[in-house]
Design a protein around this ligand. Structure first.
Ligand code: SF4
Length: 101
């Protein structure tokens, strides 16, 4: 599933920027599998960060994720990085809940 497919219920927000997202078809590296280990998460997020660095809509994506308190890796940012920027997760769980305060 591409990020654009996740937007079907968000008609109030302009998501046309996702039409040219560099991550289309790469959702597996942007969202964690169940019980992901910290080392695997680091590797997966490094791959996602590399894709984002080439993306023409990085700032639109980052703003969207911040506004909507998204989970996963968006706009070159992990959940922890969004939190550090002042955009707190609504309900952090597991490792994320322990790592951010
Ligand atoms: S900035 Fe990253 S997550 Fe956002 S659309 Fe581009 S590649 Fe996908």
């Amino acid at each position: 599933m591409a990020i654009g497919e996740l937007f079907s219920f968000r008609e109030w927000d302009d998501t046309s920027w996702s039409d040219v997202a560099e991550c289309r078809g790469l959702s597996a590296i942007f969202f964690p599998p169940a019980a992901e280990r910290p080392q695997a998460r680091e590797r997966r997020e490094a791959q996602a960060r590399e894709v984002c660095s080439e993306c023409p809509v990085l700032l639109d994506c980052r703003d969207f994720a911040r506004r909507n308190r998204e989970y996963g890796f968006w706009g070159g940012e992990s959940e922890e990085e969004r939190h550090a920027a002042g955009y707190r997760l609504i309900a952090p769980i597991g490792v994320r809940a322990r790592n951010i305060s």
